[in-house]
Design a protein. Structure first.
Length: 188
């Protein structure tokens, strides 16, 4: 873990971080709205397990029923096309931005430097969520024991890690600003 974190830190130069922030912004502004409308059109429903914070396996089966066969196929296609790329994009943006800001906020070797791995966890749980919900959708109406219970857990953990990543980024930016102010005061 330390090696991965260190590698990310080493490669999180200002221009790399800025490039991933721009990519994240463009994707959020241009691709996500289109994907949301395609998903709603494909499933016939604006609800999705991906966008829920908390749901149950019963809720997942109700969505599978509401989507209908064509909607379930559309849902699965989206998970293995668009949703293969999106987690990588937000992970790259958040890992580099957290690394860049934490390098300015905390000492090298500080345990806080490992926080740049939190978005990686978010991405992993996003993929686990996509796989598990897709398995449930593909097997519907047959129950998919265990996987149907894991899907909501994967979703909750994904949101906690992704949300936590944004909180860490804000914390890093705030702490970095504080370090700059302290440095400026010391010089005067």
């Amino acid at each position: 873990m330390k090696r991965l974190s260190g590698w990310i830190q080493k490669n999180s130069k200002g221009w790399v971080t800025l490039a991933f922030l721009i990519l994240f912004g463009l994707f959020t502004a241009l691709v996500l709205p289109k994907q949301a409308s395609l998903a709603e059109a494909g499933t016939g429903n604006e609800q999705s397990p991906d966008m829920s914070f908390i749901y149950t396996s019963d809720d997942l089966y109700q969505l599978a029923q509401a989507y209908g066969e064509e909607g379930r196929v559309a849902y699965i296609k989206a998970r293995f096309s668009f949703d293969l790329i999106w987690p990588v994009i937000y992970m790259l943006c958040l890992t580099t931005a957290i690394s860049w800001s934490f390098q300015r906020a905390f000492r090298p070797g500080s345990a806080w430097q490992l926080a740049n791995l939190v978005p990686v966890g978010g991405m992993i749980f996003d993929y686990l969520e996509n796989i598990s919900t897709s398995v449930v959708m593909s097997r519907y109406p047959d129950p998919t024991m265990v996987v149907d219970r894991l899907a909501p857990i994967f979703t909750l953990i994904k949101w906690l890690l992704v949300g936590g990543s944004f909180i860490l980024l804000l914390m890093g930016l705030g702490a970095g600003m504080w370090q700059l102010i302290r440095e400026k005061i010391r010089r005067e």
